[in-house]
Design a protein around this ligand. Structure first.
Ligand code: GLN
Length: 481
């Protein structure tokens, strides 16, 4: 039996009672990953050395000294998060074999809590995509149906949790890359508030939008990982010095249902939303209302500008962030160049994939003189309006419920030739990144063709505690079919 069908909290309990040991679970987990990965391609690198860490963890349990949050728990890390003892490639040829000289702050924190890193997960190259088809090392497949994509860009992490290769994983979310693959794979994925979790050591895509967050199969496990990775970090000037509550403990505080109101934004339920998703969400809303929650219709009037605004700002930031990959400092270097200029262009031309080049060109264009005011500056202004929409809405509601995605997992190759369609996969997720607020995907059932359906819940900035308690209520009471 695969040990990762157990939750993180259950594994911890079994370790403490000596019913199972970290070495046993890590050995079985690696065996399972080796067996399963060839068909799913969730991992780009499997970390055989993690057995040594499992042995150390086991000793701590034997000595009764294991009080840490994730002691002995296998965790997978998206391959754009730096790790000293495993490669960090961002699923790009340009970083093939690259070893970071330092750990990302989240990795350092997880290590301190005793987590065992089983490997690095597949993704869209530099996190540009919604399907994990843009990886230079082949796509990840959806464990629910191998003809379907797992979503992206953190498709490897989502698929690893969904196929029980690990009980928890980290991803990054710039415009939906945790929530959208979580929805396609039927797991939970949380994008925290911008500034809640340090971005130090996350290879930057859109620095004003990126956040690292957890994947797991239940809310309690998400809380445990979030407890471990949250908090101020002096190495990330945008991380916030705001107290971190104990998210796991707060799950035990009962909700005052009658005092909670939930906003349903009309703009998220228009034409284009798959009818089965709509039905499932409506059923959930009926149940919430029957349980005493107040469900209110609201408006977020600038919603429709989200995708355009996001693709201007995200590509602008990406084009500057990716300037550092020049063949001099990191990874791949083209070896047929006569001049330094040739070296740059050949390295970037050979090392970057198609989508990366497209985004660098688009981002450079919107930042170039003459177009800056028309595109970049205008997009910044619209971003402020989108933020204001949420601020206004949260005056009268505690949470906002929307679909996570307009449809369930699509077929491999289905959208690769129609980019606009691909970009529209994030229509419901990008606005939370533009506004900096937290959002979670919660699975709420399967479609008639047995593909997962997810709901997105949004909350005001730094209200993860409430968001998780509310999601926990739904998970415990309202998601059973
Ligand atoms: N799919 C979106 C994009 O391609 C979001 C990616 C992300 O969140 N990293 O930009």
């Amino acid at each position: 039996m695969n040990p990762c069908t157990f939750s993180i909290s259950r594994l911890r309990e079994m370790f403490i009672k000596h019913e199972l040991s970290p070495v046993e679970i890590v050995t079985d987990t690696l065996d399972f990953i080796y067996k399963k990965n060839p068909s799913i391609n969730a991992f780009l690198h499997i970390n055989q050395q993690c057995i040594d860490e499992a042995k150390k963890s086991e000793e701590r349990y034997l000595k009764g000294k294991a009080g840490k949050l994730l002691d002995g728990i296998p965790i997978a890390i998206k391959d754009n998060i730096c790790t000293v003892d495993q490669p960090t490639t961002c699923a790009s040829k340009i970083l093939k074999g690259y070893m970071s000289p330092y750990d990302a702050s989240v990795v350092r924190k997880l290590k301190q809590e005793g987590a065992i890193f089983t490997g690095k997960t597949n993704m869209d190259e530099f996190a540009f995509g919604s399907s994990t088809e843009n990886s230079a090392f082949g796509p990840t497949l959806n464990p629910h149906n191998l003809e379907r994509v797992p979503g992206g860009s953190s498709g490897g992490s989502a698929a690893a949790v969904a196929s029980f290769m690990v009980p928890g994983a980290l991803g990054s979310d710039t415009g939906g890359s945790i929530r959208q693959p979580a929805s396609f794979c039927g797991v939970i994925g949380l994008k925290p508030t911008y500034g809640r979790v340090s971005r130090y050591g996350l290879v930057a895509f859109g620095s004003s939008l990126d956040q690292i967050g957890p994947f797991a199969s239940n809310i309690r496990d998400v809380c445990i990982i979030l407890n471990a990775i949250s908090g101020y970090d002096e190495q990330d000037s945008t991380s916030c010095d705001i107290e971190v509550p104990d998210y796991e403990k707060s799950l035990d505080i009962p909700l005052k249902k009658k005092e909670i109101s939930v906003g349903i934004p009309e703009e998220y339920f228009e034409e284009g939303l798959c009818s089965e998703i709509k039905e499932k969400i409506n059923k959930l809303l009926d149940n919430l209302s029957n349980d005493g929650f107040c469900i209110k219709k609201i408006n977020l009037p600038h919603t429709h500008y989200g995708i355009a605004t996001y693709y201007i700002l995200a590509t602008a930031e990406a084009s500057t962030n990716l300037a550092r990959f020049d063949g001099i400092r990191f990874g791949y270097r083209s070896n047929n160049s006569k001049t330094i200029f040739d070296l740059y262009t050949n390295t970037r031309g050979e090392g970057f994939g198609k989508e990366v080049k497209r985004r660098i060109i688009l981002g450079t264009f919107v930042l170039s003189s003459g177009y800056y005011e028309a595109y970049y500056l205008k997009a910044q202004k619209v971003r402020t309006l989108i933020m204001k929409d949420f601020a206004d809405a949260f005056q009268s509601v505690d949470f906002i419920i929307t679909p996570t995605t307009p449809e369930t997992a699509f077929k491999l190759g289905e959208k690769s030739t129609d980019l606009l369609k691909m970009y529209l996969s994030d229509i419901f997720t990008v606005n939370a990144n533009l506004a900096g607020i937290p959002g979670i995907n919660l699975p709420i059932g399967l479609s008639s063709d047995k593909l997962p359906i997810g709901v997105q819940i949004l909350a005001p900035a730094f209200k993860e505690e409430n968001l998780l308690r509310f999601a926990y209520y739904i998970e415990q009471n309202l998601t059973r079919e």
